[in-house]
Design a binder for this molecule. Structure first.
Ligand SMILES: Nc1ncnc2c1ncn2[C@@H]1O[C@H](COP(=O)(O)OP(=O)(O)OP(=O)(O)O)[C@@H](O)[C@H]1O
Length: 444
């Protein structure tokens, strides 16, 4: 990559925090080593080192959108803070090329005694954005932030959501060349988050470089082409967003299962209550069976891998089809074998169809539709619909879930990529999903 193409260069970055067991150790650390040095004795330490980042290196090209993923405490915020210059690295260097607007930094930089309006101008000045241009955009900033009369109140009276709305509104109105967005966005309500995501896409289309940190893998997949996965301060993987976020989800799931097993042990649950969960990582990816289960899943996990025997996209006659025409009737067939240790009460079978970026285009579950499942060990569920997918490549996700807690599913098995298939339309559609639309005209 030529250095003209690089927006962010992170080179062998490490950050060590000093952890003190008690506040007085901090004072001791300040005084005692100096005294010991004076009398020629070797210094001793009163803190423990904690490396929040270790030897992290990557480059981000101008115009690229990169998602930073990793579990809590993996070093994402520390990395962003160092890139923004609000935290100094212990080792390594960071260089950025272009005006950086960061949500985390902007929000933190507010003077809480000043009003929202004053902070808009103050922040623009800090970022080197001309005051006259900011004045000219003030109404747009105010409208986007939806703060109303609060804009003339001191920022210390704002809720965290209002704080984030103002910060975001400034960030997108200073023509950032590099936009850094972190979880601060998640404090807004769903409608505001959707509005922000739309604006981030516009900034992306204008050619800005974006670093995006989120716990929500779905939005990372929707927005980013590339993902950087951090774990315990180290860079685990850097590359194509889809497979990396898939492996990340798999790892998170394994942790969840391990935690559940730990809890189960602690509660002395009867042996076998999570019979297959230990196999989650070890079981080989699904080999082809009856009407098919692709051997190359994007992700494949769950506490009872192997309960899905087959899952595929079929035509109206139940024949597996790798290509299906737009408007044609189609069926999703899922065959399962449910072992006796899976309770039937909240059992649900589900499928989703995703595009290759991983966005769910349609999802259906037997639980949500109220479809009763049989008590037998092996059965097949058939989902029927007309194909409304525009021309393109898609993948089928099949899942067997426990929906005891109706909003959160526990997955016995989640098979993302059970069948890769194409949809073919004989006309051009401009949307990403096209139902047959009835049109009518009425003369006034
Ligand atoms: N000022 C600090 N002093 C000591 N330790 C710190 C400090 N800031 C962060 N850490 C530690 O560094 C590690 C990385 O923190 P960081 O906030 O970067 O993680 P993160 O991936 O952003 O986490 P989350 O997803 O929970 O926001 C954590 O273990 C955290 O406790």
């Amino acid at each position: 990559m030529s250095s003209n193409d690089v927006a962010i260069r992170v080179s062998h970055l490490s950050k060590c925090y000093e952890i003190y067991a008690a506040p007085r150790d901090r004072l001791k650390q300040f005084i005692v080593p100096r005294l010991l040095r004076l009398i020629g004795k070797p210094a001793r330490r009163y803190f423990r080192e904690f490396w929040a980042l270790r030897d992290v290196s990557f480059e981000v090209k101008k115009g690229e959108t990169v998602g930073i993923i990793g579990r809590n405490g993996s070093g994402k915020s520390t990395l962003l803070q160092i890139i923004c210059g609000t935290v100094a690295p212990t080792q390594g260097t960071v260089s950025t090329h272009g005006r950086v607007a960061a949500l985390l930094e902007l929000g933190a930089g507010f003077n809480t005694e000043f009003t929202g309006r004053e902070n808009v101008l103050l922040t623009a000045a800090i970022l080197g954005f001309p005051q006259e241009s900011m004045q000219a955009r003030m109404n747009e900033v105010l409208a986007f932030s939806e703060l109303g009369d609060f804009i003339d109140q001191p920022v210390k009276t704002y809720s965290s959501g209002m704080h984030a709305r103002l910060a975001f509104s400034i960030a997108i109105h200073v023509d950032p060349e590099i936009l850094i967005v972190d979880e601060a966005l998640s404090v807004g309500d769903a409608r505001f988050v959707a509005k922000c995501m739309r604006r981030i896409k516009e900034i992306q289309e204008r050619g800005a470089t974006i670093l995006f940190v989120s716990h929500d893998v779905g939005s990372v997949r929707t927005l980013c082409q590339r993902a950087i996965w951090l774990d315990s301060g180290k860079l685990v993987e850097d590359g194509d967003v889809f497979p990396i976020s898939g492996r990340y989800m798999e790892m998170m799931f394994r942790d969840e299962v391990a935690a559940e097993q730990g809890q189960a042990k602690a509660a002395e649950a009867p042996a076998g209550s999570v019979a297959h969960s230990g196999d989650a990582a070890a079981t080989p990816a699904g080999a082809p069976t009856a009407h098919g289960l692709d051997a190359r899943p994007v992700t494949h996990w769950g506490s009872h891998r192997g309960v899905i025997l087959a899952a595929s996209v079929c035509d109206a006659n139940g024949m597996r089809r790798d290509t299906i025409g737009w408007g044609e009737p189609m069926e999703i067939l899922i065959d399962v074998r449910i072992p006796p240790d899976i309770p039937r009460e909240h059992l649900s079978l589900a499928f989703s169809i995703k595009d290759l970026k991983g966005t769910d285009l349609l999802v259906s579950t037997t639980h949500d539709a109220g479809t009763a499942l049989p008590g037998s060990e092996c059965f097949r569920v058939r989902f029927r619909m007309d194909n409304q997918l525009v021309t393109g490549k898609y993948l089928l996700v099949a899942a067997v879930e426990n929906r005891e807690h109706s909003n959160v599913a526990h997955y016995y098995e989640y098979f993302e990529g059970a069948h890769y298939f194409s949809s073919l339309a004989d006309q051009r559609f401009f949307g990403i999903f096209q139902p047959a639309v009835q049109q009518s005209v009425q003369e006034a």
